[in-house]
Design a protein around this ligand. Structure first.
Ligand code: FE2
Length: 631
């Protein structure tokens, strides 16, 4: 069940579709001609630069050559990597050709780099230079600190993306993890909406499902015209997986298009193709091993099988970062994944190959002495259900419909499956919920019989608007005692920072009552948060109004999670720290004021820590030269 249907079935009624933002829905029926939107930078490198999927000796570099009237001829593009932002201390360079078949995108696997090192890079073509990008290779060996940002559900239509600007300004990030829904197939009709063209017109190609590969590529180009997103790509390497809106279960036919009865001609092969073209992602090999395709000669790393996205980034002895795919196996994509790892008839999201790769990789990571396992995960995994008298059982996540596979994964992590090793220190970072969640990971709250979580209390911190006071609910106690780890069934923790824009309970509640004030909408969201955290004792924090990004700060001793919020309807909105939570790598049953057990997450205040923003242990000079164009 998706989030909208979940909220609707709770009785949060959705009003009939009307526009809430700019302008009116077109009723002319006339197809709008594609129009240009303002580009973020000058031609030909109008969509900036990006990097991603760093390894200890290499990183993917990305750009696109954009010209007014591209011909058929390949365009040579020179790339350069240097140690300094002035691009004087050059360490690698080469030439690649941009071609139409790849939508004029350029992707280079820049090799021969040093681990845990910040690099700067630039492209040149047609007598012009791109902006300079900054990136960073992964570490190898001993690591004392890592800092990841976590982003998901980034709808340009829904937000001014101040969060992306704040990410760009950070100088101590190792990686930006995007959990999917990087682009959106259509605007949420319940949203307050930003549009470059001041339109709300489902016949316009920038404002509805794409109809073909050209319009899909144009969607990526529209997203990559936003200065805040361009800056966030320019300053950090990213690790991106797709979700339902990126590869669109109906390939572009999800939103009714009142436009000549046209249906999208896009295929799954094309939606995944565009993902590989437009994201700085390193494709895995085509054999289903989850191993990377490593390109040594500077040529374009073409995915052998564009449907394979699950892959793994090692970050020394401190973390392994797994990217999973829990989207492509859903029925709407028409694939039949091998469910041979599950009892007969149990549906699978992973498919056997990915499940065995993931569980095997998590075990291998722990056996190799790696402190943390971070899973870049599309959809909320732990139970977040309402199963109460008088209400139909409901879950907010697709995992409620795949409980058998969720249980199988938890069993493997607990050491009760194919291998007796209990895997510790697994952190699911999740998107899709469009709210701020933290949880212990169990397949069922019934596995916590000794846990008396106590009432959830209001978060002492306020949100980004005067209406959102005491934003959300947190657990007031760990429930554990020095003698008893009452949450021992937990196999990991889950951290979901809110969406980078797409609406949560805030907007859906508003739609239920169009005349409500924002304070009433916040109160409505609170009335959903309270039963969700109340009925799911595994959940430790829940706030469903604010939007933004998360920070994961790792040391060998602990992982700290930060929820960073911005008012999505206000350009240049300040960055507000909503809550800090912590999980511990080592047990200390005698710790005061609360015992520390592994695989449990709590607000830091429960452990006597002050809530103050973390800082990394290093600083990197920013890449220069970015001047976003005014919109
Ligand atoms: Fe989403």
């Amino acid at each position: 069940m998706n989030r909208r249907r979940f909220l609707k079935s709770l009785g949060v009624g959705l009003a009939a579709v009307t526009t809430t933002g700019c302008g009116e829905t077109s009723s002319s029926g006339a197809p709008a001609e594609p129009v240009d939107f303002p580009l973020g930078l000058d031609l030909p490198f109008a969509h900036g630069v990006a990097s991603g999927d760093p390894l200890a000796d290499r990183v993917i570099l990305w750009t696109r050559v954009t010209v007014a009237e591209p011909g058929d001829a390949p365009i040579p593009v020179r790339w350069t990597v240097a140690r300094d932002p002035g691009m004087r201390d050059v360490v690698a360079s080469g030439t690649q050709e941009a071609i139409a078949a790849r939508d004029w995108t350029v992707k280079v696997d820049a090799v021969g780099l040093e681990p845990a090192t910040t690099y700067y890079y630039r492209f040149e073509a047609l007598g012009a230079r791109s902006i300079v990008g900054r990136t960073r290779t992964a570490p190898a060996g001993a690591v004392d600190n890592l800092r990841f940002a976590v982003v998901s559900c980034s709808s340009l239509w829904s937000s001014y993306w101040s969060g992306y600007a704040h990410l760009a300004a950070r100088d101590d990030l190792d990686l930006v993890i995007h959990c999917g829904d990087y682009i959106y197939d259509f605007p949420d009709q319940d949203e307050l909406i930003r549009s470059r063209n001041g339109i709300f017109d489902t016949a316009h190609p920038d404002f509805r499902d794409w109809l073909d590969l050209g319009e899909l590529r144009r969607r990526y180009a529209l997203w990559r015209s936003d200065p805040n997103l361009l800056a966030a790509h320019q300053q950090h390497p990213w690790f991106i997986v797709w979700d339902n809106h990126d590869i669109d279960e109906d390939y572009g036919n999800e939103l009714d298009t009142p436009y000549d009865d046209q249906k999208s001609t896009t295929t799954l092969a094309q939606t995944t193709q565009a993902f590989w073209e437009w994201t700085p992602s390193r494709p895995p090999r085509g054999d289903g091993s989850g191993e990377f395709l490593l390109v040594e000669d500077g040529s374009y790393p073409e995915p052998p099988d564009s449907l394979l996205v699950w892959r793994r980034l090692p970050y020394g002895d401190l973390a392994d970062v797994f990217g999973v795919d829990t989207q492509i196996g859903r029925p709407g994509h028409g694939l039949t994944l091998d469910a041979g790892h599950l009892p007969d008839g149990t549906p699978t999201l992973y498919g056997r190959g990915q499940f065995e790769w993931l569980t095997g990789g998590l075990r291998e990571s722990q056996r190799g002495g790696v402190a943390w396992r971070v899973v870049n995960n599309q959809a909320w995994f732990a139970p977040a259900d309402i199963d109460a008298a008088g209400l139909k059982p409901l879950g907010i996540s697709r995992w409620s419909s795949y409980a058998g596979e969720r249980a199988a994964l938890c069993r493997e992590l607990r050491g009760g499956g194919s291998d007796p090793l209990r895997v510790r220190g697994t952190i699911f970072v999740s998107g899709d919920s469009h709210g701020n969640f933290a949880s212990d990971v169990v397949e069922s709250a019934k596995l916590l019989p000794d846990y008396s979580p106590g009432a959830a209390v209001r978060n002492p911190a306020d949100g980004t608007t005067p209406e959102n006071v005491q934003a959300g609910f947190v657990r007031a106690t760990t429930g554990n005692t020095p003698e008893l780890d009452a949450r021992a069934a937990s196999v990991g923790v889950e951290f979901a920072p809110s969406s980078m824009g797409r609406g949560g309970a805030d907007e859906t509640v508003k739609r239920g009552n169009a005349s409500s004030t924002f304070a009433q909408q916040v109160a409505g969201a609170r009335s959903l948060e309270a039963p969700l955290i109340g009925l799911n004792p595994n959940m430790q924090f829940l706030e469903w109004v604010e939007h933004g990004y998360g920070i994961v700060d790792l040391t060998p001793e602990r992982a700290i999670f930060e929820y960073w919020w911005q008012d999505k309807l206000v350009p240049d909105s300040p960055d507000v720290l909503g809550l800090q939570a912590v999980t511990w790598a080592r047990e200390d049953a005698g710790a005061s004021p609360a015992p520390r057990y592994r695989d449990q997450v709590d607000p830091v205040a429960l452990h006597g820590l002050a809530t103050e923003a973390t800082r990394g242990t290093r600083r990197s000079e920013p890449a220069p030269g970015f001047v976003g164009r005014p919109r």
